[in-house]
Ligand binder design. Structure first.
Ligand code: SF4
Ligand code: SF4
Length: 248
């Protein structure tokens, strides 16, 4: 059964918030709500509707200046970190960001203080719409553990579509799904098949699929932000959002 609650220590909460800001940017309306809730002295902000950034002034700066992308995300993460929020206030900020119930608690084994985040995954049901397999970006999603597991199972039919290579930074990555004998990504996952009903898609390697597929989505917000209808928030078969595909 899907995990419906997640315990995060206070420092893990900050990491999760920054991951959320990075994963789903730009969330400028949310950023304004968070800044309002933080009520940081000397911080002024203004949205420009339709634009992916904020006008901000902080510290000794008098004039508002435009921040977007990584710089804006870094600014938001710093604001939350510097605010030294008490756990109750941090839980309220989490509710705003993760769009799900969050409460202060202690870890049942270690007694460490933290926040319990409700992932709401018990309410999730895959509609087999194929959106995540056809539209989201999971090209670098196969892990070393997936690879070892598939090797042990002798699944050369799957491994034939995996290409191990190095990124420009020198890290090893296992790319999926690459047409065997080429450097070309397949136009879609070769293991995705049409189901018997209209708009139904089926994973033909469901039991052994990579973890990135198995773990998608991790929460209601993840589903909402990446176009998954598994919480009945969209109609199956709805086109994906335009622009670069979000990550699976
Ligand atoms: S997008 Fe969601 S509902 Fe559709 S196939 Fe993927 S997990 Fe299932
Ligand atoms: S392996 Fe299965 S779940 Fe993953 S992208 Fe392909 S069809 Fe979808």
């Amino acid at each position: 059964m899907a995990q419906t609650y997640l315990f995060l220590t206070l420092s893990q909460v900050l990491t999760a918030i920054c991951l959320d800001f990075r994963g789903y940017e730009p969330q400028t309306m949310l950023f304004c709500e968070v800044l309002r809730a933080l009520d940081a002295p000397g911080v002024k902000y203004r949205r420009e509707p339709g634009k992916a950034g904020l006008w901000l002034s902080y510290g000794n700066q008098g004039k508002l200046r435009w921040l977007e992308g990584e710089a804006l995300v870094d600014f938001m993460c710093r604001q939350i970190d510097n605010a030294n929020l008490d756990p109750e206030h941090l839980a309220a900020i989490c509710r705003m960001i993760f769009q799900t119930p969050c409460r202060v608690d202690r870890h049942p084994d270690t007694g460490q203080p933290g926040i319990v985040v409700q992932t709401d995954m018990a309410a999730f049901q895959c509609r087999q719409c194929g959106h995540c397999c056809r539209r989201l970006d999971y090209r670098d999603g196969m892990t070393q553990a997936d690879l070892e597991r598939l090797k042990k199972m002798g699944r050369n039919d799957i491994l034939a579509w995996v290409r191990t290579t190095r990124t420009v930074r020198g890290d090893i990555t296992h790319r999926i799904w690459v047409i065997p004998g080429t450097n070309e990504f397949a136009p879609s996952c070769p293991f995705l098949k049409r189901g018997g009903c209209p708009h139904q898609w089926i994973c033909s390697i469901h039991d052994v699929r990579p973890d990135i597929c198995r773990n998608y989505p991790v929460s209601r917000k993840h589903a909402l932000m990446t176009g998954c209808p598994g919480f009945d928030i969209h109609t199956p078969g709805q086109p994906a959002p335009s622009g670069n595909p979000p990550n699976k």
